[in-house]
Write a protein that binds this ligand. Structure first.
Ligand code: MG
Length: 251
């Protein structure tokens, strides 16, 4: 079932998604060597609740925290804890908010202090790949157009796209149909319609595309130990083109 949202519903999703973006922006100012991922989690939960939202990840299928802070070779779904950030790390932070019955979801990968040139390039290429995917989120196009734009951008820069995790529809639930893969041929898959809202989220590895899940049952890491980056936006498909809902002054 694919939902087409009325304007009021899109505005409700925007409220949740904008709080996600503001949370990411606030977290970005706290990222420096010595901070623990649990510190960031506490900050995020307080920030979201003070503004009338609910951290959507907390309790989701038993997940114990409000954010997923994935460091270096961790791809997504890492659990906050005592790990301290170190100079040269990269940290992808995924945040979800429910507000007034609607959901927003976004992620951003931050450098911790100065990072290697390779890590900097991985961040830039992943962010550009998200932008290329969003540019295809137009009524009349197909899901595969988004997927293909992301994959071709990533692979043209020598990086690889994670296959086993995908973007998704979002609205009344955090994960709705359709799935939005980050790879695949263009002009395939469901046709996009105005009023659809999608979470588009490339996960890009510096090495090979394979991932494994750690024994904690949550943390997804690259199989070869290479770095991984993740950027995500909640995007509405409008008649005039894509509209990023998880935007807070350029975050
Ligand atoms: Mg998502």
């Amino acid at each position: 079932m694919v939902y087409l949202r009325r304007r009021e519903e899109i505005e409700a999703i925007r409220k949740a998604a904008r709080l996600v973006a503001q949370t990411l922006k606030a977290l970005g100012q706290e990222i420096h060597p010595g901070v623990t991922t649990a510190d960031l989690d506490r900050l995020a939960e307080q920030f979201i609740r003070e503004r009338g939202g609910r951290p959507a990840f907390k309790g989701y299928r038993g997940f114990p925290a409000s954010i997923c802070p994935s460091v270096n070779e961790e791809v997504v779904h890492a659990i906050p804890g005592a790990r301290q950030l170190r100079e040269g790390d990269i940290i992808g932070i995924d945040v979800g908010v429910e507000m007034g019955g609607y959901y927003g979801d976004a992620a951003y990968t931050f450098p911790v202090g100065r990072v290697t040139e390779e890590a900097g390039r991985l961040l830039a290429v992943t962010r550009e790949a998200l932008k290329a995917g969003i540019a295809q989120a137009i009524a009349g196009h197909r899901i595969g157009d988004i997927s293909h734009a992301i994959q071709s951008h990533v692979e043209s820069h020598g990086f690889s796209v994670v296959r086993s995790l995908v973007g998704h529809g979002i609205g009344r639930e955090m994960h709705e149909e359709p799935q939005v893969p980050n790879y695949g041929p263009p002009e395939r898959g469901p046709r996009l319609m105005a009023g659809q809202v999608l979470a588009i989220e490339p996960m890009v590895n510096g090495g090979g595309p394979d991932v494994v899940t750690r024994d904690d049952g949550w943390t997804v890491v690259t199989r070869d130990g290479s770095l991984s980056a993740h950027f995500e936006h909640t995007v509405a498909i409008g008649t005039d083109g894509p509209e990023i809902l998880s935007d807070a002054d350029g975050v």
